[in-house]
Design a protein around this ligand. Structure first.
Ligand code: ZN
Length: 338
């Protein structure tokens, strides 16, 4: 089998490696129908996050169950499944509170950009679809594995409710699907922060009512202008830099909520600023497993079409070009099919 391996900055190879096998009785092996490149994959790709030698890549996946271990009960060979980028037993206290990405037995998936994938804790990680999906649903189902689940968590953590005024920092795939999520949750007004025409267009399609092109302090001032000087009820932080985090906190009204899902790189918060900001902060790696049944149903019933974030599709063996296109911002997100 060939799979994706990152060797160093901008050096992605699709090369021969061992096909995965069942190791633990709780494992499943799935045949990937579609996978993709995540915004978070670009941090190590750009050399901004060190790696220790050649690193298999990929954590977003859906496909057909090929084989299951002897202890697996909830999925069986032939079923189409989606799983979270974080494995979970779905039974420990953290899972029961709905924080499956902090499961006591959690592992982060890292080998999904390949034709076959071993999924540990299959019963607590994978969710099957009602039947085999039609091909046009596959991209949207794939988004539930991470990018939609993460945008959804950002909106949920930011306490988006019917009638809320929402601002979204970041116009990558997560930010765009954060907009879709806020719309589904009934937000009355959704302000997208974006300076790219193509992304603004998709933002509007997903439910954005206003676009702010300014960033940093000017961006905050624009949000204040648009909200009668008050600030937004809910702000989704979908980038992970110091500037984006402060932009999110400062755009939130006193008593409002920031849902932050951009993996932080060099973010440091000032205690005194935080004290006087008077905002709720809630974020982290999205507990995608909590949302999977609901999100799969929304896709299955064609109520949402999150697969629109894929503006490029390539065969899996051209994965290096998928990284390049996203790195150079020629693509929002690239779909890969074996
Ligand atoms: Zn658990």
């Amino acid at each position: 089998m060939r799979g994706t391996v990152l060797y160093g900055p901008r050096d992605v190879r699709f090369e021969e490696r061992d096909a995965p096998k069942i190791i633990e009785p709780t494992d499943a092996v799935i045949r990937i129908a579609a996978t993709c490149v995540c915004g978070s994959d670009l941090w190590p790709y750009r050399g901004l996050q060190p790696i220790n030698g050649p690193t298999p890549m990929g954590h977003e996946y859906c496909g057909f169950v090929e084989e299951v271990g002897s202890a697996v009960k909830s999925v069986k060979p032939g079923q189409f499944v989606v799983g979270s980028f974080a494995t979970s037993d779905n039974t420990c206290p953290h899972c029961q509170y709905g924080y499956q990405s902090s499961c006591m037995h959690c592992e982060f998936m890292t080998r999904a950009q390949a034709p076959l994938l071993r999924v540990p804790l299959a019963d607590g990680t994978l969710v099957s679809t009602p039947s085999v999906p039609s091909d046009d649903l596959v991209p949207s189902l794939l988004t539930t594995s991470d990018v939609l689940g993460t945008g959804w968590f950002a909106a949920d953590a930011a306490n988006v409710k019917p009638g809320s005024t929402v601002a979204v920092v970041g116009d990558g795939a997560v930010g765009l699907l954060g907009i879709l999520s806020a719309k589904q949750m009934g937000a009355a007004r959704i302000i997208a922060m974006s300076r790219h025409d193509k992304r603004q267009k998709l933002a509007r399609e997903f439910g954005a009512t206003d676009i702010v092109t300014e960033r940093g302090e000017n961006g905050v001032a624009r949000i204040k202008d648009l909200t009668n000087g008050i600030g937004a009820d809910s702000v989704l932080e979908c980038v992970g830099t110091q500037e984006s985090m402060m932009q999110a906190i400062n755009s939130t009204r006193p008593g409002g909520y920031v849902g932050y899902v951009g993996v932080p790189h060099g973010v440091a918060l000032n205690g005194e600023q935080l004290f006087f900001a008077h905002v709720h902060l809630h974020g982290g790696p999205a507990p995608v497993r909590r949302y999977l049944p609901e999100l799969i149903k929304l896709v299955w019933d064609r109520k949402i079409n999150p697969g629109k974030v894929f503006d490029m599709a390539l065969p899996l063996d051209q994965v290096a070009e998928a990284y390049r296109a996203m790195d150079e911002r020629r693509a929002v997100k690239t779909l890969l099919r074996p």
